[in-house]
Design a protein around this ligand. Structure first.
Ligand code: PGA
Length: 255
């Protein structure tokens, strides 16, 4: 039986957001604020790197944390256009997404690179949100769990712990498509991943938060959050609108 962990509801703004969207972020922070005293979850929005500093100032004093969407595996150096973990920390980020399937697809990121990014994040005190998930073809071929096992084994560093790592299961075919796996399939995958984490990290592996991501909306959040091995969500499109994001937050039951 897995231990109860404090859920995390995380938004991923992807390549969306300029200063014009800061008032929307403020509405999310204010809505999260309203649940502070008895909030059953942590809330986080991962904004574009250009917005981290201003986002942090916009939500100051609220329970909403701000994160980045990627960092380089190196501490610093000749990597034009890249962002280091230290830069994100300097801007006020608390977390960073690494290995999102869009990074894996658009930039050819491999498991070993994703592990390097997670290690770089940890070295700077950032929580790494490590993403894994199968493609449609892989699910149809019946190898979804094998694919996720390989990604987990290859992307999660040895030092992964509940304090510095979150894992997000995001089937590639569910991202931005409006499609989601059946509740049974989400549960089966999360239970399987929990077992993998427990085998590798022991008791600590039962407390690493395991998020579901891919077309989470106000309409399906409640049934997804009812799955005991789902410790929260990573939300793309629906995190851009305060009403949607807060409705998803409100669907999280007390655990
Ligand atoms: P989506 O994106 O909620 O828009 O499907 C999820 C993600 O990519 O994290």
């Amino acid at each position: 039986m897995a231990e109860t962990v404090r859920p995390l509801i995380a938004g991923n703004w992807k390549m969306n957001g300029t200063s014009a969207e800061l008032p929307e972020l403020k509405r999310i922070a204010d809505g999260a604020e309203g649940t502070r005293s008895n909030s059953p979850y942590d809330a986080l929005i991962c904004v574009p790197a250009t917005l981290v500093d201003r986002a942090v100032r916009t939500v100051a004093g609220s329970p909403l944390a701000i994160g980045g969407q990627d960092c380089h595996g190196a501490e610093n150096g000749a990597h034009t256009g890249d962002i280091s973990a230290a830069m994100l920390v300097d801007a006020g980020a608390a977390s960073v997404i690494v290995g999102h399937s869009e990074r894996r697809a658009d930039h050819g990121e491999t498991d070993i690179e994703v592990m390097g990014k997670a290690l770089a994040a940890h070295a700077q005190g950032l929580t790494a949100i490590v993403c894994v998930g199968e493609t449609r073809q892989e699910r149809e071929d019946g190898v979804a769990m094998d694919v996720v096992d390989t990604q987990l084994a290859g992307s999660l560093p040895k030092d992964a712990a509940p304090e510095n790592t979150v894992v997000a299961y995001e089937p590639v075919w569910a991202i931005g498509t409006g499609l989601t796996p059946s509740l049974h399939d989400i549960e089966a995958m999360h239970d399987h991943m929990r077992e993998q984490l427990r085998e590798r990290f022991g008791a600590a592996g039962t407390r690493i938060r395991l998020l579901y991501g891919g077309s989470v909306k106000p309409a399906n959040a409640e049934e997804i959050f009812a799955i005991s091995s789902v410790d929260g969500a990573l939300i793309g499109g629906a995190s851009l609108k305060s009403g949607d994001f807060l409705a998803i937050c409100a669907a999280m039951p007390a655990r």
